[in-house]
Design a protein around this ligand. Structure first.
Ligand code: GAL
Length: 413
């Protein structure tokens, strides 16, 4: 009996007949397909390969991940989930409630000590760790072509009047003032920047608390007015344009600026561009005291007949949180490590600014979840608000009508 028990345990650990075992395949669903993104996720693939696992890439193109989420639902419903998928924010809880995820506590032994408490909470479900966090992206950035800025004799705009003055100068110089990609998540990214420019409390009341009084306020009408005015600086070709193509317009100096999270920095870096020399990163006007965070993570799905994480899933989770991976991933991705205490020496000035601003925003109450990137609300409310904003930005609807629709969308169950 005793021997049998030992053999059983060894078999379970893959130590008997183990030499004949094929490498475990780990299928990974994500939407990191732009130049910088692909480089960053490539670090994880290489790390896994080195550990003897076989990475099966399931990349679904489309910034913001809407297409990837649709693909994921189909896979799970058809009983064929990937080993891991890129999910974040309240959506982690929504998937965990469906009882389709496996906990990864065995890989997460010291994570709670090494993560900001707000993030540690997001990746846990009923006391168990179900998500592995990659990095922190700041969403409320404005990216500006440095040569164009210098030619205009201007400074990065700190207020909306300064922003519009600069946009006018870019226009007069024959540039597209604002490079935009007319996709719903990009519309929402810009809109939430303008909401944040009204103050951290306004943002929290409107977007986190969904406070009806704030959502229907005159100030919210002004938010839509400002967004409308910004859209007049887009070029005609913006509809449906991918975010990285818009970034590339700024890189090439065809456009003056872009509102985008700092994954855009991954594109600048991939094109060997240096902050302060070739481009400038500046908080979106009026939002310097705020920090809209967006933390990417992987969750791990129960594979057929399994209730615990496989060795490959645990290896994946463990690798994601190692200091070395955290550093290299963020260097390519444009983000900063989510793990506390990772050395920032190798990072550029924008990442260092992001890190410093993160610390002061946490202290000052301005560290707020991004709605456009799935950190603030669940699927239903976020989707309903996105529809309102995108409809407004792609029609000539007036701001008051949009505000009334916004208040209704916030009540979506
Ligand atoms: C965000 C994601 C980022 C970034 C971006 C564009 O939602 O969190 O990692 O890659 O989409 O694809």
């Amino acid at each position: 009996m005793k021997v049998r028990a030992i053999i059983g345990a060894l078999c379970a650990a893959g130590m008997v007949y183990g030499t004949a075992q094929a490498a475990e395949q780990v299928e990974v669903l994500h939407w990191w397909t732009s130049g910088g993104e692909a480089k960053a996720v490539g670090v994880l693939k290489d790390d896994l390969d080195k550990q003897g696992y076989q990475w099966k890439d399931y990349a679904v193109a489309g910034g913001g991940g809407a297409a990837a989420m649709t693909a994921l639902k189909t896979q799970v419903i058809s009983g064929n989930p990937p080993s891991a998928a890129q999910i974040k924010g309240p959506l982690i809880q929504e998937w965990a409630q469906q009882d389709v995820l496996v906990p990864i506590d065995a890989a997460a032994t010291d994570w709670d000590k090494n993560l900001p408490p707000a993030i540690d909470k997001i990746i846990k479900y009923q006391g168990k760790t179900v998500g592995a966090p990659f990095s922190v992206h700041r969403v409320n950035w404005l990216w500006i072509n440095k040569a164009a800025l210098d030619k205009a004799g201007a400074q990065p705009p700190k207020t909306w009047p300064e922003f519009f003055a600069l946009a006018d100068k870019f226009k007069a110089a024959g540039l597209i003032p604002v490079a935009a990609g007319g996709q719903p998540w990009q519309d929402l990214t810009l809109w939430e920047d303008v909401v944040l420019s009204q103050g951290n409390d306004f943002y929290k009341k409107a977007i986190v608390d969904l406070d009806q009084k704030t959502l229907t306020s005159e100030q919210m009408v002004q938010v839509f007015d400002t967004v409308r005015k910004i859209t007049t600086y887009f070029d005609k070709g913006h509809a449906g344009r991918d975010w990285n193509l818009a970034t590339s317009m700024v890189i090439q100096g065809k456009a003056g600026m872009q509102f985008m999270g700092d994954w855009a920095k991954g594109e600048f870096a991939n094109a060997s561009k240096v902050p302060g020399k070739d481009y400038v990163c500046s908080p979106a006007p009026g939002s310097e005291k705020g920090y809209t965070f967006n933390v990417d993570s992987f969750v791990f799905f129960k594979e057929k007949g399994q209730s615990a994480a496989t060795p490959g899933q645990l290896a994946l989770a463990k690798t994601i949180m190692t200091p070395d991976f955290q550093e290299q991933f963020s260097l390519y991705k444009g983000s900063i490590p989510v793990r506390l205490g990772v050395n920032m020496d190798k990072f550029d000035d924008c990442a260092k600014a992001s890190y410093a601003d993160e610390q002061s925003a946490i202290k000052g109450g301005g560290y707020v979840p991004s709605l456009a990137h799935g950190m603030a609300q669940g699927d239903a409310v976020a989707g309903a608000i996105t529809d309102v904003v995108t409809k407004f930005m792609n029609s000539d609807e007036d701001s008051k009508t949009a505000v009334a629709e916004l208040a209704k969308a916030a009540k979506t169950k």
